[in-house]
Each structure stands twice: as C-alpha cells, then as structure tokens.
Design a protein around this ligand. Sequence first.
Ligand code: FDP
Length: 297
Amino acid sequence: MFDFLQKQGATQELAELVLELARAVEEISTTIIHTSTGKAGSTNVYGEEQIAMDVKADEILGRTLKTNPYVAAYCSEELDALEPASEGGIFSVFHDPLDGSSLFDVNFSVGTIVGIYQGSNVIGRTPREQVAALYAVYGPRTTLVLSVGNGVHEFLLTGEGWKLTHETMKLHGEKKYFAPGNLRATKDREDYFKLVSFYVKEQYTLRYSGGMVPDLNHILQKGSGIFLYPGMPGAPQGKLRLLYECGPMAYIMEQAGGASSDGERSILDVEIKELTQTTPIFIGVKEEVKRAEEALR
Ligand code: FDP
C-alpha cells in the first residue's frame, strides 16, 4: 500500500499516516467481531447515546493518532474538543470512528470515515483543503476506499494484509439508484416529497441501508446514484457532520468524478466554522446532484 500511495503522489509522511490508519481499521475490524452490541452508558457531544463499539473504535483511532509523529492534532465525532498530538506534527485528522452505529445491533454494515488536513487548525478553512480522505466498510468483507488527491482506490483486507482491488473507481451514472435519507422531512417539505415521488415514478432503484458509509459505497461501487440528507424545519442544517462525515465523503466522491452539495455549493467549499458543524448534503453523480439542488433550493 505504501508504494502505491507514493505512486499516487502522497508524500512519505502522508503515506505513512494512511498506512497507520489502515492498521487501526484492521484492529477495529477484528474488535467488531468480539464486541457486544450493548450501550456504553455515555453520550457524545451531540447528546447521542454511545454504544460500546463507538467508544472502542474511538480509542483505537485515538491511540494511533496520539502517537503518530506526523499528527499535530485530531478530533472525532465522539470527542468534545481538538486533541493535541505530536509536537512538530504536520497534519490534523478528523474522523467518525463508527458511522452507522444505530445499525450495529442488527448486524448491518458500518464504517469509519477519516479526513486529513495539512496544519493544525481547520477553522475558517474548507474541506477542499483536505490532502487525503478514506472510509472503511465493515461488511461481510472489510474494504478501505481512499484518495490522496489523484483518484479513488479500493483495498480489501485479506489474510495477507491489504490487497488493491480497484485501482481507479469512477462514477459514470449508467443506472439510477436513490438513497433518500431523512425521509421524515417530507412531512414538512413538499419539495422533498416531490423529488422522492419523481424517483419513484421514473423507476429509480431504492438502495438505502441507513448508514452513510455503506450507502455511498454502494453508489461508488455501482458507479451511479444519489444520496440525500436534507435539512428540515427545526434542523435546517440536517444532522450529518461536515468535518467527520460529509467533508471526507465529498472529497472521495468528487475525486471519483461525482459531485456534492449543501444545496448551494459543493460541500468542499463550505467554510468550517466549528468542529461540530452539520450540513444538508446531496452527493453522487453530477446530474443527480444538480437535479436535487434545483428541486430543493
Ligand atoms: P447513525 O446515526 O446510525 O450513526 O450520522 C450517522 C448516521 O447514522 C449516518 O450513517 C446515516 O446516514 C444517518 O445517520 C441516518 O440518520 P437517521 O437516523 O436520521 O435516519
């Protein structure tokens, strides 16, 4: 993996950091098998109840990042504030250790999402400044999808370590899939109701698991589709987090030739004002993101 990342233009420091993150993903993958589906008895900064595996995955990544010489600071969806790491570190790392944790007890696929920035402060910057992003899917198999700014690549976790399975992943938009998150918003939003009705009438295929990682991974693997999580009255910025979820996923989808939007601009151009910021998101093939932007303006 290291040589491959360098061939894609990653610096030695970035390639080593991604390799370390891949090791943490491997550890999360085996820990999942032996961890109960029970609650941790605590809540995160958003007031959401944590499950035991949320806490374990956060600890595994935290341990990796705290000791990595290239990491200046990091934060996660489960932490309250930026954690300083190594003095002289050059990157800051933001992650959702276990995305889709409400699906853990029913044994659906879950994931990890990571975004990497140069420097130790991201406030006032945008997700376009990420130097790499990755996500892992813990399904029947464990896969790692990543970009260091030169396309999107997939690795599979095998008995002999990570094996490159897709050198280049591209969106082409041949088939029509839709993944409509936050359907509850259709109660108050006639525009969202109309858009979903359009998908149904036009016989788009529904592919929605309730986990952002597997749902976007489906779109990337099939090369087609749209995922939406709009806001609604009472929560106009939706629920999905800019730094830990939407930013890294937008970086990967745009690197694959797709698009992302908060309704007005690419997710990659949304200014980061605070660590806990959330944003509405439409993400997938370009023409579908445009349709969603027009319909839900
Ligand atoms: P979860 O709460 O299970 O961790 O932000 C997390 C997320 O799942 C996404 O993976 C998923 O797309 C979304 O929330 C589902 O939200 P709703 O519970 O509102 O449907």
